[in-house]
Design a binder for this molecule. Sequence first.
Ligand code: GLU
Length: 372
Amino acid sequence: MNSVIKNAKRLIIKVGSSLVTNDGKGLDHSAIAKWAEQIAQLRVLGKEVILVSSGAIAEGMQRLGFEQRPSGIHELQACAAVGQMGLAQIYETSFRAHDLHTAQVLLTHADLADRERYLNARSTLFTLLRFGVVPIINENDTVVTDEIKVGDNDTLGALVANLIEADVLIILTDQRGLYTADPRKDINATFVHEAIAGDIALEGMAGGVGTGIGRGGMLTKILAAKRAASSGAHTVIAWGREESVLTRLAAGEAIGTQLTAQMGQLTARKQWMADHLQTAGKVVLDAGAVQKLVEEGKSLLPIGVSDVIGEFGRGAVITCVTQNGRQIARGLINYASTDARRIMRHPSSEIATILGFVEGPELIHRDNLVLL
Ligand code: GLU
């Protein structure tokens, strides 16, 4: 296997909290200096690099004297605000040593869900890359709450990979990659060098949750790889303390677990819809409508909808779910929730009589629909 990174032009590198903060002991200056040096070398090779760095909460906890992760949301947000200063400072200093500028970009899910802000973030990141700057991204933890956050930086890394159509997402973590089972518990566990991103079997292998320090475990990395693959990005999960891991990957060496993207690429607008982690509402589909959407590639008609959940306006991105709540698609809906409720279960020919106007015979046109 040859590393996909060798030919990659645009890379997202995600570093986890336990690596950045030396397992919560405080910012690991020497590790960060080493990544900065390697990223500088990647830039010399003509690669564009964006860093997604966790560690704000872990570093803030350390600075404010918390021994355990606080449970209160405002305490966590305060830790993030304090710790983010430390991250900004150390990255700026470490990259300055290589004559590189850094830029702090703090994103929320709402920034990526709003079409205009999404396009703004995209343009700004492209401009920063054009200026030769290394953008350092984190979630804007200080303003997000449980309901509206991305939640973990593996997912954020994948969303950013999709946002700017990166070739590769490199997730640096405190493990060497993915095993077929937990090697501490199963002597038959073997290392997975290469697999296809999105292969359902990988989710069973990853199991488990993250360490007490960061948010993501191996499962969130596997799901992030699947998400990134929808825009064509390959993912590599590797041990962040591996000597010269980034430059060796860029030289073609196979390190860690490589998850190759083989899905059909979504168009830009469908990608944006698929990357909504939360939506304003849901429509519940009957079995016939599920069949039409999934098997036959058809639009969603009001007759196939048995319930409309939430309040939203025309043109909102909403989720299509089955009778037992499984999410199967996202799409831009032609009718506001109040109107959709009135026309659901009815044939499209009755829309004009029921509402007094017609925005279209479909609730969601196929062109505005993406299967998950
Ligand atoms: N945004 C969080 C932080 O900087 C990290 C989330 C994660 O661990 O994935 O502390």
